[in-house]
Design a protein around this ligand. Structure first.
Ligand code: AHR
Length: 502
């Protein structure tokens, strides 16, 4: 039997709510049709935002939403997305399917979406094909409260008050689609561009995110930090609040991603082993960051993560629309446990992407909507937001899978919230074996206040528009507190959340 030892009074680090963040790009049907249908749509909406989708997302307590990209961000010119919709400039979305972008969803619409979701804002600026002036004016347009030609324009466009920009990304993937830059060149551009991301409201400082590495490009991290952190300006902390990291799980590599729904048991384990790799990436990038930023003032911002497979048959290859199975539920459970465990350094993470693209929490088809297995895991894990990670450890855990797919059967993380309620989340990676677990806590007298599980009939289980409840969050009953201790038996291929209080 596996043992889970919890020291609930040993607080390790604070879990920023933003670790449970999301990403929305002008890509496929993420924005158009997914989040936004326009005021004149027959699909029920509030100011153009789909009511069904927004209501479902509110249940997740979305803490932050990144926009407008992704690769799209470094081709986006914000002025094209303001003013009367009928006269907004159209553009070709060269990254994603070559479709014509109407710009009907722009800054005002994004801010309205965040208002409806009650989440923080994370705007990603354009370094690759934009100018310092363009970026600087966007920030002024959004956040300056005084009188200026730009704020007059904002008012004329319907927003008298400035908005709050919580995070601002200075470019995206500038090592690739954001300009194919070398790290030193980007590091210098970062220093320049960020200078003009002004704080018009000193009480609401914008947190600046520098473009970090792709996967294991440790050289990028090292060189960008070497360029931005200078000995003569130690108090500047590299002029940044966060450094990003992007990592996607491709089961068989970038060129052979495989189907989202049809995979072998070996494919299951190969995928989960790749999800576990996130731990090594954070540890190694974190070690480099420690050298420049030993006090951990700069957060590692994993603002793109998730599973990435072949698109669904007969869909536009540029739209990255994929289904979502129990395998994705496990990717989410494993990854979120890793983020919690690294919450001393990881301060934000954005699942890619929110709706209809890659590992989404919601899929839509016309006026229909479904919640994916990943949605249900994010929902169970919402209690970790703003709680404190406490020290916990698994022992006597069996191994599962073989070769490149060899994985431990279980992963976990544990937090305690402001009311003293303990949240334990456990992922069982085994495709076919249930896991008995004995839990030991330092204190006594805890009761199970809530126990939930996400599992399916099979590792391939997923929700479809005709059968949308194949996988859902359910009550978890297979636990006992007899004799003072907590024991539970976690089914194969499942994610469990237990809440304990005295
Ligand atoms: O999420 C899809 C794409 O993946 C993003 O646009 C880009 O940043 C990354 O390569």
């Amino acid at each position: 039997m596996a043992k889970l030892t919890i020291h609930e009074n040993d607080k390790v680090s604070h879990i920023e709510p933003e670790i449970y963040g999301h990403f929305s790009e002008h890509l496929g049907r993420c924005i158009y049709g997914g989040l936004y249908v326009g005021e004149d749509s027959e699909i029920p909406n509030v100011n153009g935002m789909r009511t069904d989708v927004v209501e479902a997302l509110k249940e997740l307590k979305v803490p932050v939403l990144r926009w407008p990209g992704g690769c799209f961000a470094d081709e986006y010119h914000w002025r094209d997305g303001i003013g009367p919709k009928e006269s907004r400039k159209r553009m070709i979305n060269t990254n994603w399917g070559g479709v014509v972008e109407s710009n009907a969803f722009g800054t005002h619409e994004y801010m309205e979406l965040c208002r409806q979701l009650g989440c923080k804002t994370y705007i990603n600026g354009n370094v690759g094909s934009g100018t310092v002036r363009e970026m600087s004016e966007w920030v002024e347009y959004m956040t300056f409260a005084g009188q200026s030609p730009l704020t007059m324009e904002r008012k004329a466009n319907g927003s008298a008050k400035p908005w709050r920009v919580d995070y601002f990304g200075v470019g995206n993937e500038n090592w690739g689609c954001g300009g194919n830059m070398r790290p030193e060149f980007y590091g210098n551009l970062y220093r320049q561009f960020q200078t003009y991301v002004k704080n018009y409201n000193p009480r609401r400082k914008i947190k600046k995110i520098c473009c970090g590495a792709n996967v294991d490009d440790y050289e990028w991290t090292k060189t960008v930090l070497e360029t931005t952190f200078t000995r003569s300006e130690p108090e500047q902390h590299g002029f940044m609040d966060g450094l990003s990291l992007h990592y996607y799980v491709h089961p068989y590599g970038w060129k052979h991603k495989g189907s989202a729904t049809q995979f072998t048991v070996d494919g299951w384990y190969a995928t989960l082993a790749k999800a576990l790799y996130m731990d090594e990436l954070i540890t190694k990038h974190g070690k480099i960051m420690d050298k420049y930023d030993p006090k951990k003032r700069v957060g590692l911002i994993v603002d793109e993560w998730g599973g990435w497979y072949d698109v669904e048959p007969d869909t536009n290859p540029g739209f990255l629309y994929q289904q979502n199975t129990m395998r994705d539920a496990l990717i989410a459970g494993i990854t979120l446990n890793i983020f919690n465990k690294h919450s001393d350094r990881v301060k934000m993470a954005c699942l890619a992407q929110m709706v209809n693209v890659l590992q989404s929490v919601v899929l839509t088809e016309g006026d229909r909507m479904l919640l994916t297995p990943t949605y249900h895991v994010m929902h169970m894990y919402r209690y970790h937001q703003d709680a404190n990670l406490v020290s916990s450890e698994l022992s006597d855990v069996k191994a599962a899978g073989t070769g490149d797919g060899a994985v431990p059967m279980l992963t976990e993380s544990v937090s305690v919230d402001a009311d003293g309620v303990i949240t334990i989340t456990v992922a069982n990676l085994s495709a076919d074996e249930a896991a008995p677990v004995a839990v030991t806590l330092d204190g006594e007298g805890y009761q199970v206040a809530e126990a939930k599980i996400v599992c399916g009939a099979d590792i391939h289980s997923h929700n479809t528009f005709d059968d949308p409840h194949q996988v859902a969050e359910q009550d978890f009953l297979d636990y006992s507190t007899e004799g003072g201790g907590l024991h539970f038996v976690q089914p194969a291929a499942s994610v469990v959340a237990l809440r304990l209080k005295k």
